[in-house]
Design a protein around this ligand. Sequence first.
Ligand SMILES: [Ca+2]
Length: 497
Amino acid sequence: MTTPHPTTGRVSNDATNHVPGGTPCHALRGVALVVGLVACSGPSAAQPAGDPVTLTRVGGGLLRPTGIAHAGDGSGRLFVVEQAGRIRILEGGALRPVPFLDISSRVSCCGEQGLLSVAFPPGFAAKRHFYVDYTNTTGTTVVSRFRLTADPGVADPASEEVVLTVAQPFANHNGGQLAFGPDGYLYIGMGDGGSGGDPLNNAQSGTTLLGKLLRLDVESATQPYAVPASNPFRGNPNFRPEIWALGLRNPWRFSFDRSTGDLWIADVGQNAWEEVNVQPVASPGGENYGWRLMEGAHCYDPNPCSPTGLVLPVAEYDHSLGCSITGGFVARGPAPVRLAGAYVYGDFCSGRVWTVRPQGSSFVNELIITTPYGISAFGEDEAGSLYLADYGGGALYRFDAGECMLACTAVVPAAAERGATVSVAATAEPTSCASSPTWDWDFGDGGPHAATPTASHAWANRGTYTWRLTATAGTTTCTRTGTIVVGAAPRRTLTAH
Ligand SMILES: [Ca+2]
């Protein structure tokens, strides 16, 4: 399966390269030297309560989902944005057959264009209106307000009130995230306008809304919007007043921590680095997140560059681990405990999901689960449970407490000489495990074990020995066994002089 990425246009890896989170003894990716692939234990029944993470499918039948939102109206509904221009309602585990909104005739799709998000204002239940971000048939970004019909499950497509339009010079990097901050203002993620390398230098230019995070007051009496008095560049002739932060390439997804109000921005990288940025709730705005001077924490254009005045990411990963970041949420729901208080994010191409959480004055990044999904969006429900959308598979998955899984490899030569020192090596990839693996090498000769992934051993006597590697994470183990034939040391050749 190949799937064009809504945020990069890149094509995802073959899904068969990835491992479903629910498979306890899974295939190994990218391992060239594997000896003795014999055994892999399943997850133990005695898991630490609520500790590991699994994904539970909660809905399917969606076409290219790009966004997940709740309305905050007590209804428990999830609203799923479909890229071609529809919003569907997932309610009681079922997808309502009638779309909540269908504006597909006004939307350009797909690639990185389309209907990209929906946001419900505080007090939606009484206000009965909401906002969407889409690219119209000419590729221009449109932020619009729509109203409900008498049926709270159906919006009126004829009620559209355009709040903002931003022309797009290229088809890619449209941003597209809308979210209401704890201040009640609407934040809008705008990409740099597209192409590659930000050729127009939009992200660093104060006179364009491209490559920015915008902050608008859309709920006041002023139409189509008011610029909040506290916007950082208001009154500065070199900046558009709508700008809250700059230096963004394609902030496909950002979110506010529902507990602290901190703002987390995942910015899609160019060719090398995907990044996570965090803005404390007390920030007055005006941050410059660096693009195109920097890609992640690395100079891009110019190179070398000066990072003075730039806000660098709190986490980044290179393209050996993925190709396009999809920002998520800080987990504040009841489960899984392992995610609690951490910012959860993933990659569209590799299906990996990580957390990053503050620890002292730094941030700790951790791989949580490797999924087979093209992760196009995360979302949270009213209770704070987290979800992800699988773009190609058209399904939604909820993060639940699950079971720890562990895959491991062992590299041991098939033969060795008696008394010779032999090197052995092991790797393990834990999934949803709370702790890093511990190691046990049993060399099968009654001698001492080794407790490190790489070790050395010498078999003293000739014979065939069965070795065993055991990797353990929590109560889950992964075992590899094999044999080594130990022969006589080569005869020494005596040379007469
Ligand atoms: Ca940056």
